[in-house]
Design a protein around this ligand. Structure first.
Ligand SMILES: [Zn+2]
Length: 288
């Protein structure tokens, strides 16, 4: 008996189980996402390969280091398991978008579309805020503009048969957020607490770096809650944490997404959500 075809009683029971477990067992099949860690031990970036099972159409997100990404893609192309249709960038920084042209060369696909913000290397298409497109037949993608870390930051929300994920680049990390290199606290507040917070709570988050362990050190100093301690324990045990937490989890353990929390207001000495965001980022920048 499969989960999907189970009796109504079984499905109700399973639903009950999933509501109490921290990492719910999906009742539908999960989207095919392959993480490709880059520069492990230094900047700890992630590229992500997203594949539509039915058509094999695929996109590669932030393939900034071709020596680590191209071999994976070449093998998948040769094996016939993917049909690469685009490079997707979350923002223009070199450790996300700096490999676009080199990757095209190495794959021998000089016209491979590059979907990203206006400042991405070789960009050919910038989706408008809220604009949708498809990967193959099953994966629907929506570009969400989240300017702040860079003005051209775009998060990509993807849905496939009920499975929901968001690629957040350097805007949202597990238990943290990106530095405000080109933006303000007001912009990051809007990005995290309006745009991303509006996504379904069961949307899995795939950030651009493995920063959880260092983020949680700061988080626990500000908010030593059960949720933050639980994230800390997970990060201690697991080298890779990408995709293991949802938007709903971030609302609980990410101090940058809890402006309404009295403990956060106390720690920052502020009550206005924008002032809280600005102050928290300042505190994190000075945290050692
Ligand atoms: Zn960046």
């Amino acid at each position: 008996m499969s989960f999907v075809k189970g009796s109504p009683l079984m499905q109700t029971a399973l639903r009950r189980i999933t509501t109490v477990s921290r990492l719910p067992l999906p009742l539908t099949r999960a989207m095919h996402i392959q993480s490709i860690p880059m520069w492990v031990g230094s900047s700890n970036n992630y590229a992500y390969l997203v594949v539509d099972d039915k058509t094999k159409d695929a996109v590669i997100i932030d393939p900034a280091n071709p020596p680590e990404v191209a071999p994976v893609l070449k093998k998948a192309i040769q094996d016939g398991t993917i049909n690469l249709t685009a490079i997707v960038n979350t923002h223009h920084h070199w450790d996300h978008a700096g490999g676009n042209k080199k990757l095209r060369e190495q794959l021998g696909t000089p016209n491979l579309p590059i979907i990203g913000g206006k400042d991405s290397e070789g960009v050919t298409k910038t989706p408008a805020h809220g604009e949708s497109f498809k990967i193959g037949e099953n994966i629907s993608v929506k570009g969400l503009h989240t300017p702040c870390h860079t003005q051209d930051s775009i998060c990509f929300f993807m849905e496939d048969n009920g499975d929901k994920v968001v690629f957040t680049g350097d805007t949202l990390f597990h238990g943290g957020c990106g530095k405000f290199f080109e933006g303000t606290g007001a912009e990051m507040h809007k990005a995290l607490n309006e745009t991303l917070a509006a996504l379904p709570d069961d949307t899995r988050v795939f950030p651009g770096h493995e920063y959880t362990k260092s983020n949680v050190k700061f988080a626990v100093s500000v908010l030593p809650s059960e949720a933050v301690k639980s994230l800390q324990a997970f990060a201690e045990k697991n080298k890779e944490t990408q995709g293991k937490f949802t938007i709903g989890d971030e609302k609980k353990h990410n101090v940058f997404m809890r402006p309404q929390d009295p403990e956060i207001q106390k720690a920052t000495g502020k009550t206005d959500p924008v002032e809280i965001m600005t102050k928290l980022r300042e505190m994190k920048n000075n945290f050692s």
